[in-house]
Ligand binder design. Structure first.
Ligand code: ATP
Ligand code: MG
Length: 537
């Protein structure tokens, strides 16, 4: 007999159940409403993308890319797909065993002899590299050495995807024939990753859909799960959720940054997030940051022996990240380091000053934090973080900043960008720990019907109340009166609507408010009107 096995959610993932899920929905709904009042539209992105997209935009040296991504390989090696295709198209049962001995140490993908003609075949995805041109030269040499002058010898390169005109020219110049395959269901081998964040996907979509031609700035928001292989703990999960927004376009006016921050704080106020703190910083641009980073590196090398192994490593890989350190013994050393605010170029200094003016103009309270550098490589100038109460050491509910070079880095046109991501899990945790947990409407009416003859009336009234948008529970089977009202209580219904045979006969029903047992008798019209007005309060 096979053993019965119970399954559990994988470590670092969790189920969000009612009634918590109602709080989640309300939070995300409120975010959508607020973002839409600022002119943002929703972008729904895939949850997985090419691994390279994240490696390129987030940075190969970051923790996220170097150790936290969930990745897998997709598709088959191009060479084997091409070989199968070519053999089935041209040669039927031809086998690789027919490889010519003379090529044994050169190993082309396929050698075919028909009559006097020997064809040497290489399979490629779509480009030729220096390697391929060296290969061509070696084959020519073998042809010259082993085949009598005048024997037809062909070099054929079979591509899985249309090669560029440059590659075609190169092939022609080297007297190489080209064939482009048409493989049904062709899928090249590629590495795919579950998204650890969404900004890279937004930038990819912006380029892919030519959104730079849209009028004005492109304002997009998203909501959904992200995946990072981190050590699970309170406020840190392997599947977690973010709600975020991005502004992409030609302008980098500080007013854009300020409006994004204003919007963020409007949302946090509306959802009752208590004790939030906004920290802002400027980390410069590609003009001034590299010089500061070098200076920082030099200063860090001088104190390297007093730092922990993580920080020591970062001196070389990413010195800015040392500023992020939470180790108590490193704090005094870090506080004495040179600060980026003293090393910004004029343009960055002015941008930061204007941002601060704009924040004041909008009544957005903030604190400057020169050590706020953020973990992702793509940030420039404005960076910010919001912390909230009740979260222990995972107290950042939102992080964001400017990423002016990202779209260009991904092969798009020069584009400015700024955005943020709110950690929904942590925002919800903080709301639940605080004093402002909203009372969300739950079950409004429980219909206590008794006697088979009352059932059709109960069904009809349930439908009408639901049409008014009320939450209604209609017991599927007849129950004893006391048991029925007990269940209404346990389900947290606000009212019980009592329908017995007398009520059906007289056309008036008893509505019982469960909190205080107050009862009213109402006919159907008055009942609907009363409950609808209740719903609106
Ligand atoms: P942290 O410093 O807390 O690791 P981060 O800098 O990695 O955060 P970002 O990449 O800026 O975070 O993501 C924005 C927000 O997403 C964070 O402020 C946080 O609220 C949330 N977040 C990030 N990683 C996780 C996670 N593993 N579990 C839950 N929420 C997360
Ligand atoms: Mg992190």
């Amino acid at each position: 007999m096979s053993e019965k096995r119970q399954f559990r959610a994988i470590k670092g993932t969790r189920d969000i159940l009612p009634p918590d899920s109602a709080l989640w929905n309300w939070f995300e709904r409120t975010a959508r409403e607020v973002f839409e009042t600022y002119g943002f539209g929703e972008i729904r992105l895939p949850t997985f993308e090419e691994t390279d997209l994240f490696a390129k935009s987030i940075g190969a040296e970051t923790d996220i890319v170097s150790k936290e991504m969930f990745t897998w390989e997709e598709g088959a090696p191009v060479t084997s797909q091409l070989q199968k295709w070519w053999i089935s198209k041209h040669l039927g049962e031809f086998s690789k065993a027919d490889r010519e001995a003379v090529f044994s140490d050169q190993r082309p993908d396929l050698v075919v002899r028909r009559g006097q003609t020997t064809t040497v075949i290489e399979f490629k995805r779509r480009t030729l590299s220096q390697d391929s041109t060296d290969q061509i030269r070696r084959y020519r040499k073998i042809f010259a050495e082993h085949f009598p002058v005048g024997t037809p010898a062909r070099l054929l390169f079979v591509f899985a995807e249309e090669p560029s005109p440059f590659v075609r020219q190169l092939a022609e110049a080297n007297d190489v024939e080209i064939e482009v395959a048409d493989i049904p269901g062709y899928e090249p081998r590629q590495s795919i990753a579950l998204r650890p964040e969404a900004t890279a996907g937004v930038a990819r979509a912006y380029i892919e859909h030519g959104m730079h031609t849209l009028p004005g700035n492109v304002k997009l928001y998203y909501a959904g799960p992200m995946f990072r292989r981190e050590r699970p703990q309170k406020g840190r999960y392997r599947q977690f959720y973010q709600v975020g927004a991005e502004v992409l376009g030609q302008s980098d006016a500080p007013a854009i940054d300020a409006e994004v921050l204003e919007m963020l704080l409007v949302l946090f106020r509306r959802v009752g997030l208590a004790n939030t703190k906004l920290y802002v910083n400027s980390i410069g641009c590609k003009e001034c940051r590299p010089k500061y980073v070098e200076l920082l590196r030099e200063e860090l090398r001088k104190v390297s022996d007093k730092l922990g192994p993580d920080s020591q490593r970062r001196i070389e890989t990413n010195p800015l990240r040392v500023l992020d350190s939470k180790l108590p013994e490193e704090q005094a050393i870090i506080e004495a380091l040179p600060r980026i605010s003293d090393h910004l170029c004029d343009a960055c200094r002015e941008h930061f000053a204007k941002l601060k003016d704009e924040l004041k103009l909008r009544g957005v309270a903030y604190e400057e934090n020169w050590r706020l550098v953020r973990g992702l490589d793509y940030y420039t100038r404005t960076t910010f973080e919001v912390t909230a109460a009740g979260l222990g050491s995972q107290n950042a509910v939102c992080g964001g900043g400017r990423y002016d070079g990202l779209v260009e880095l991904l092969g798009g046109p020069p584009t400015k960008g700024i955005g943020f991501a709110i950690g929904t899990d942590r925002a919800i945790l903080s709301i639940q720990e605080g004093a402002n947990v909203p009372k969300l409407p739950g079950l409004a009416v429980y219909i206590a019907w008794m006697g088979a003859k009352t059932y059709p009336t109960a069904v009809a009234i349930a439908r009408k109340l639901r049409d008014c948008g009320l939450g209604v529970e209609l017991p599927p089977e007849e129950m004893k009166f006391k048991k029925s009202l007990g269940l209404a209580d346990k389900l947290g219904a606000r009212y019980a609507l009592i329908i017995g045979e007398d009520e059906v006969a007289s056309g008036t029903y008893t509505l019982k408010r469960l909190a205080n047992a107050e009862q009213t008798k109402l006919n159907e019209n008055d009942l609907l009107e009363y409950l609808e007005s209740e719903r609106r309060t």
